[in-house]
Design a protein around this ligand. Structure first.
Ligand code: PLP
Length: 243
């Protein structure tokens, strides 16, 4: 089991490298984030001990459950799931360095208030719903710029870029279109040269579509299944409002 994770990991690193080379990008520009929802701490440890440095969880409860077990191994925690405002206080206890899923103003307002109170700052990515599926979170592409401008006013929140979940489809051109939209939104925001807004990160691409995302400019790919194996819960459990 442990060996399988290492083999998978090597394969993913190789896929990232090949995809980068194919589009003449430096593979070092692309960070691998381990999407660790449902994966127990001992399996995550295997990947961290093999040299991986960034993990992303979708639920505050899971961060909490694995926190003590993973604490001793140096790594960075991102949050990639839907964040409810009543979990803000909780999430700030677990050394999260980036919330990739900031998708609405009321969440930003409350995060800012709490961060001010705790005298902390937080890196954030704005999550954009590029597939326009109702089942997915994220601000719509046409409202993303407004949201970035509003969030930029909060000095505790450091905007580093954008995140999206591409369409699940075997039609690669439709998937690619999602990533292109994210890139376009990034370019539009960059052109505005907003204070307190850095647009360097594009977090896009997962187990099935990371090559396309890299071709379209991803700087962070988030991979779960292809490293840790199939999950027992369907993704809708993590991605839908009612979960
Ligand atoms: C689960 C998840 C991933 C990883 O998906 P895989 O297909 O398992 O690689 C990436 N991003 C988010 C937001 C996720 O919830």
């Amino acid at each position: 089991m442990e060996k399988q994770i290492l083999t998978n990991l090597e394969e993913i690193i190789d896929r990232i490298k090949k995809a980068a080379v194919k589009c003449k990008r430096d593979p070092a520009e692309i960070r691998l984030l381990l999407a660790t929802k449902t994966v127990p701490a001992n399996r995550i440890k295997v990947a961290l001990e093999a040299g991986q440095t960034v993990i992303g969880e979708n639920k505050v409860q899971e961060i909490k459950e694995k926190y003590a077990d993973l604490k001793a191994i140096p790594h960075t925690n991102h949050f990639i799931g839907h964040l409810q405002t009543n979990k803000i206080k909780d999430i700030l206890k677990y050394d999260i360095s980036c919330i990739q899923s900031l998708d609405r103003l009321d969440l930003a307002v409350k995060l800012h208030q709490r961060l001010l109170f705790e005298k902390k700052t937080m890196e954030v990515l704005i999550q954009v719903n590029t597939s326009m599926e109702e089942s997915k979170f994220g601000v719509s592409p046409d409202k993303a710029i407004d949201l970035v401008q509003e969030v930029a006013q909060f000095e505790t929140l450091q905007i580093k870029g954008l995140m999206t979940i591409g369409l699940f489809s075997a039609e690669t051109e439709k998937v690619r279109q999602c990533f292109r939209i994210l890139k376009q939104v990034q370019e539009q925001i960059k052109a505005l040269k907003l204070p307190n807004v850095e647009m360097k990160e594009l977090s896009m691409g997962m187990s099935g579509d990371l090559e396309i995302a890299i071709e379209e400019g991803a700087t962070i790919v988030r991979v779960g299944t292809a490293i840790f194996g199939q999950r027992i819960y369907p993704d809708s459990y993590y991605w839908n409002e009612n979960s």
